[in-house]
Design a protein around this ligand. Structure first.
Ligand SMILES: [Zn+2]
Length: 269
């Protein structure tokens, strides 16, 4: 999977494959200029945006795998945000806390069930209540397994509902995390700073903020999520219909961010 990025020397839009680190070593195919592109985006965001793009392009089945992976990486993001937030409230050194976190994560990295356990405890400790949404129904687990492991061919409506449920859950948890999310971003900035310090003299550093389904929410651009309260539905069951709310939220984000995503991924990937 790749994204377009303009060459700082000639403006040519080079296509660059996403890296795990968010750091991309780019040599322009048109003028040969070398640049380092630092992409300020979390993995769950990249994955969710790729899923959204697949859905917009009509690849409903492929979208499910990206949404499912986005949710797993989001749970990791939450654990990291919580842990670093805890460390920030003490006088412990940030890099020591981060090293301990990375070491701990290695124990659970290869098994998503273990990661889910980490998340459940992080949620309990941070919010002081049970993560009651961690049910197969709440996570769409059966649907996900049918599609990913048993080759089921989902309808567009089923994938829309799954995407909306994943989006609404992540959006809600991001809102609850609030400024804690910034701790993970700080960790990413430190990785970038280390690369920047080693940058060869003839290489230009480029920092990119990418549009995405979650950026607006996190930076205050998206209208606040409110349950639909139109008079015609206020008396009906729609007000309490969680699925309808999830769909409305996802459609709202799609309407506001979809065009940007189209430009972000372009036609070459
Ligand atoms: Zn160039």
């Amino acid at each position: 999977m790749d994204f377009p990025t303009p060459c700082p020397a000639c403006g040519h839009a080079n296509r660059v494959a996403f890296t795990e680190s968010g750091v991309h070593d780019v040599t322009c195919v048109q003028c040969g200029a070398r640049s380092y592109v630092f992409l300020r985006k979390q993995r769950f965001e990249v994955l969710f945006d790729l899923g959204t793009r697949a859905l917009m392009d009509g690849y409903a089945r492929e979208a499910v795998a990206s949404f499912a992976a986005a949710l797993e990486r989001f749970f990791e993001f939450y654990v990291r945000a919580f842990t670093l937030e805890q460390a920030a409230n003490t006088d412990r050194d940030f890099s020591l806390a981060q090293g301990a976190l990375d070491g701990t994560w290695r124990h659970v990295a290869s098994q998503s069930e273990r990661q889910l356990g980490m998340f459940a405890l992080a949620y309990l400790l941070r919010q002081g209540r049970e993560p009651d949404f961690l049910t197969p129904a709440g996570l769409g687990t059966d649907f996900r397994n049918r599609v990913i492991h048993r080759g089921a061919l989902p309808t567009r409506a089923e994938v829309d509902a799954y995407a909306a449920a994943v989006f609404a859950l992540m959006d809600r948890l991001l809102s609850e995390l609030g400024p804690a999310a910034a701790h993970v971003e700080l960790a990413q900035e430190q990785v970038f700073a280390a690369h920047l310090a080693r940058l060869p003299a003839n290489v230009t550093a480029v920092f990119e903020e990418h549009p995405g389904m979650f950026r607006a929410r996190r930076f205050g651009g998206l209208a606040p999520a409110v349950k639909p309260a139109r008079p015609e539905v206020a008396g009906g069951r729609s007000v309490n219909d969680a699925k309808a709310f999830q769909q409305a939220l996802f459609q709202q984000a799609l309407a506001e961010r979809g065009a940007l995503l189209r430009a972000f991924k372009g036609s070459g990937g």
